[in-house]
Design a protein around this ligand. Structure first.
Ligand SMILES: Nc1ncnc2c1ncn2[C@@H]1O[C@H](COP(=O)(O)OP(=O)(O)OP(=O)(O)O)[C@@H](O)[C@H]1O
Length: 329
């Protein structure tokens, strides 16, 4: 395996960084447009965007599979694609499903893949394959032919292949695509376990709730451009939460809530909905819903229920782009 240089190690706690990364395909399609991405070490980073927003193209550039038309990308501190040979042994990748031989068992598929890897040590092969199978929960099914595997098991085998050597970073393109809900849960659980074990995971997805469930950080893409990036918690907290009050006095409730800065108020039968005011600046505290409830009670509005709906990443996306999030496919 190639020696690590000082440049590889001094990656400022950022395992992936891009500046102005751009890809225009030959046909003229601008697939990725001046992308600035920063993926912190130790994060589970969700690369979120509707179908066709440029996620796969970005991943291909990050892994040195295609050349950018402009800008730069660094992976584990090394520029890509120049650093491919040095960096890729430290990166496990799963893109567009694993290429498997159906007539071979899961274990034999891994042995074959490992034998094709010039950086892999043949003396430790059997042990490493066994450990990888164990890690993804396939040890018991390792002797079965891969064609008898479910889609979820095939994805696990693909993950095992990515884990045949010690990795600092895993790059997974739509790892739950095509799986049933149980298969999705299993892969998400596995991703969290790997992250708890210290591997940074960069995964793409067009599923908003997947990112909310699994990821610590996210970058949101739309039409090849970065819409926003940050921690998932910050992003949802920065968006306005919705207030929902049920009351036999809706008109009076609307009046009181309006006085206290609640906007976009609607009343439908006994249900009153509104948006909490945006906090002033990054340090401004959002209004405490308890104060709003107290104000309603003081004004003798009878409250049957009072609750907050937390803003979702979908709300963030819609408010930043003015577009719906197309989750087709
Ligand atoms: N080889 C190619 N040649 C020309 N255009 C391409 C090529 N690959 C992708 N595109 C176009 O680039 C845009 C971005 O595609 P990309 O596959 O990167 O998006 P994505 O976010 O990964 O979407 P999906 O989730 O559907 O895979 C799309 O408009 C797509 O049609």
């Amino acid at each position: 395996m190639a020696e690590l240089t000082a440049a590889d190690r001094s990656d400022d706690g950022t395992v992936i960084s891009t500046e102005g990364l751009t890809k225009r395909y030959r046909g003229g399609q601008l697939a990725v447009d001046a992308l600035d991405l920063a993926v912190p070490r130790g994060s589970v980073f969700g690369f979120l965007g509707p179908n066709g927003s440029g996620k796969t193209t970005t991943i291909r550039m990050l892994l040195g599979l295609i050349e950018p038309s402009g800008g730069t990308a660094r992976l584990l501190g090394s520029p890509m694609p120049q650093g491919v040979r040095r960096v890729l042994p430290r990166v496990g990748a799963l893109i567009e499903g694993p290429a498997l031989y159906g007539f071979l068992s899961g274990r034999d598929n891994l042995l074959r893949l490992d034998a094709a890897d010039p950086t892999a040590d043949p003396r430790t092969r059997t042990a490493r394959v066994g450990q990888a199978l164990e890690r993804v929960g396939l040890a018991a099914a390792a002797g079965k032919k891969a064609r008898a595997y479910s889609l979820g098991m095939k994805q696990r085998l693909g993950l095992a292949a990515a884990l045949l050597q010690p990795r600092e970073l895993l790059v997974l393109d739509e790892p739950t695509n095509g799986l049933d809900p149980q298969g999705m849960r299993e892969i998400r659980h596995l991703v969290r376990e790997l992250a708890d074990g210290g591997i940074t995971v960069f995964l793409s997805s067009h599923l908003l709730d997947e990112i909310e469930q699994v990821c610590s950080h996210t970058a949101v893409m739309n039409r090849g451009r970065l819409v926003t990036q940050g921690t998932v918690a910050e992003m949802a907290a920065g968006a306005r939460g919705r207030l929902l009050v049920t009351t036999p006095d809706p008109a009076e409730a609307v009046r009181v809530l309006k006085e206290h800065g609640v906007t976009d108020l609607t009343a439908e039968e006994d249900r009153v909905c509104g948006e909490l005011p945006v906090p002033d600046g990054p340090e401004g505290a959002p209004p405490d819903p308890a104060d709003l409830n107290a104000a309603l009670v003081r004004a003798e509005v009878r409250v049957r229920s009072f609750g907050m709906e937390r803003a979702s990443l979908e709300d963030v996306f819609v408010s930043l782009t003015g577009e719906g999030f197309d989750v087709a496919g």
